[in-house]
Ligand binder design. Structure first.
Ligand code: NAI
Ligand code: PYR
Ligand code: MG
Length: 571
């Protein structure tokens, strides 16, 4: 819904409303629980339906945090948090902001994976939009509700590749909800501006099809022309209803992810987070890691394990970063080795598609000592390539074995190891093991949150190399400055902005990424850099004469804080 936040003469923000009684307290965007003032209770007909006691927000935040700690499983904590969000968004986000390190893993990876798998059982209240294929001719009507009037950013999934958990059908809705929570929690995009959408095109997950509580359309996935037509109808309806919206594609399976991005990237303001957001966080963390390791980008040799959407997106953006550093594109390609399920990708493989530029020429590896040159495994690739870095986006838990990591550590003093697959059980290696196997020499980052690693100098945080460090800030910049498109260059700029504030700039043994407790500042820095880039590329109505201070003001003005603003009657 549209919520018009105004400022009085003294700069104090307030909201004017003509919503009363149950309509007010049942609206999670407006509800203040037990914290309505006396005046508000009188003006908005709340006396008697809100208990007479009045608690400040801060106190309620701490009480709720204690309730969450007392629960016995993370899924129960997730259920509680989601129902809190559906009841009172300001309170939910105040809690997320204050205790982000503890709350984020409960609303996002790893727990959100479990929530998607159990979506039918834990479903309580509607949130966002389910666009099912049988309703394909009613999309305009579905998006028409006044409640969606304020929408500025959509995260959409079709549920086919939820984290590394595969097809979760309509249960994949947990991901758009979780990602949008981070737009608000990590960057301050107002919750009324966010809309999660699941495109319910069926599921090929037999367990879900046989689950009496399955929430979606009980049908095999539609594919081919039928699927494409449906997506086209969806995009057409979105453009009509929300012409300026930022549309984020999330967790689509490989055959669709890049195809859809390429089809729509010049039609509206859109990006694919798994391809582009992931690439950006990896480049940001890698640039920081080169400071820690002392081995510059030009000297890194990189194995990407899992040549899918994320893997190829990552390789392409690292390549752009190398070219930006003055390396020729041709030389930059030589730094990469892609390993997929059938081993090292070489020009012997006929079915290559978007991976092709990264395939190795058979002649280049003719001297390699391998058991079968038609199927060169990861260990052989590590040994023969002299790799200095290993990136895992394969969704194959544990494939960075002790042997693989030990071999990598023989190639370089400080190997960079990023096992990025989510959730926890799909992670290519436990970061604590990687550190143990390398006498803590490895520079490690994982996709999912892990507990700190104990060192003689005390606990060291494990960096969470997850696109959640990028997309909220990028979205903030794009939305605040009114950019009409999201470009590849913006992701490189975002990565560099992140690397610029890495703790390693002050301490070579420090973390690659700032702690989550600082993520809102990180997002703000990324937003400023992205907004500047949008202006440079002529993608906004702002002119080149806008200076940095003015850009900062625009962004700060756009940021929403989870506080209870005073409500006054609409005149
Ligand atoms: N940390 C982060 O921010 C992000 C992490 N991811 C994670 O990356 C994983 C992959 O995501 P996508 O690239 O979108 O999926 P995808 O399905 O497009 O790609 C996965 C690739 O891994 C390959 N693969 C399967 N078994 C393999 C094996 N044994 N060895 C090597 N490769 C193998 C597949 O053939 C496929 O090409 C997921 O687990 C996801 O959670 C994805 C996006 C962001
Ligand atoms: C983090 C993320 O986007 C994924 O695992 O798919
Ligand atoms: Mg994703």
């Amino acid at each position: 819904m549209k919520i018009d936040i105004k400022k009085d003469d003294k700069g104090q923000k307030y909201v004017e409303l003509d919503v009363y009684g149950y309509d007010l307290i049942n609206n999670p965007l407006l509800n203040k629980g037990r914290s309505f003032s006396h005046e508000e209770r009188v003006n908005f007909k709340l006396r008697g339906i809100v208990p007479p006691s009045n608690f400040p927000l801060e106190e309620i935040v701490d009480k709720n945090f204690q309730v969450i700690l007392d629960k016995s499983t993370d899924l129960e904590r997730h259920i509680y948090l989601r129902s809190l969000q559906d009841r009172n968004e300001t309170l939910f986000y105040a809690l997320l902001n204050k205790y982000i390190e503890k709350i984020m893993p409960l609303v996002y990876t790893p727990t959100v994976g479990l929530a998607c798998q159990h979506f039918g059982q834990i479903y309580r209240r509607p949130r966002g939009v389910f666009i099912s294929h049988p309703n394909r001719d009613a999309i305009d009507e579905i998006l028409d509700h006044d409640y969606f009037d304020g929408t500025e950013v959509i995260v959409v999934s079709d549920g086919e590749r939820i984290l590394g958990l595969g097809d979760q059908g309509a249960g994949g809705m947990g991901i758009p909800i979780g990602k949008l929570s981070l737009y608000t929690g990590c960057a301050g995009i107002a919750p009324n501006k966010t809309l999660p959408i699941i495109l319910d095109v069926g599921t090929d997950n037999e367990q879900l099809l046989n689950d009496p509580l399955y929430i979606g359309w009980r049908h095999k996935r539609i594919r081919g022309a039928e699927y494409d037509e449906f997506i086209d109808k969806f995009v057409t309806a979105v453009k009509k209803r929300f012409p300026k919206v930022l549309l984020q594609w999330e967790d689509f399976a490989q055959p669709n992810a890049l195809k859809l991005l390429n089809r729509y990237k010049n039609e509206l303001c859109t990006f694919n987070d798994d391809i582009q957001g992931t690439a950006s966080i990896v480049v940001g963390a890698l640039l920081a890691a080169t400071i820690a390791s002392g081995v510059p980008l030009a000297k890194q040799k990189i194995i990407v394990v899992g040549a899918g959407s994320a893997g190829v997106g990552i390789a392409n953006l690292i390549l752009d970063a190398m070219v930006d550093d003055g390396i020729t594109r041709e030389d930059a390609y030589k730094a990469f080795f892609m390993v997929d399920r059938y081993g090292l990708i070489t020009d012997n493989i006929e079915s290559l598609d978007f991976q092709k530029p990264f395939s190795r020429k058979s002649s280049d590896i003719a001297e390699w000592r391998v058991a079968n040159s038609q199927n060169i495994n990861l260990l052989e690739t590590v040994i023969n390539s002299g790799a200095t870095m290993l990136i895992g986006v394969s969704a194959q838990g544990g494939i960075f074995t002790r042997e693989v990591i030990k071999a990598l550590a023989k190639n370089t003093e400080r190997p960079i190891v990023f096992p990025l697959s989510n959730p926890t059980e799909k992670c290519e290696a436990n970061p604590h093991d990687v550190l143990d196997w390398t006498d803590a020499k490895a520079i490690v980052g994982t996709g999912t949150a892990y507990s700190p690693y104990e060192t003689v100098n005390g606990p060291k945080r494990i960096d969470q190399v997850n696109n959640s460090y990028i997309f909220p800030g990028l979205g903030l910049g794009v939305l605040a400055i009114g950019a009409t498109r999201v470009t590849d260059r913006m992701f490189l700029i975002a990565a560099k902005a992140l690397a610029a504030i890495s703790p390693v700039n002050h301490n070579k043994d420090g973390n690659l990424l700032p702690p989550l407790s600082e993520v809102r500042n990180v997002s703000r820095d990324i937003a400023i850099a992205v907004a500047e880039e949008a202006i440079r590329e002529g993608l906004t109505t702002y002119g080149h004469d806008l200076n940095r201070v003015e850009i900062e003001e625009i962004i700060d003005d756009y940021i929403w804080e989870p506080v209870y603003l005073p409500y006054y009657l609409k005149k």
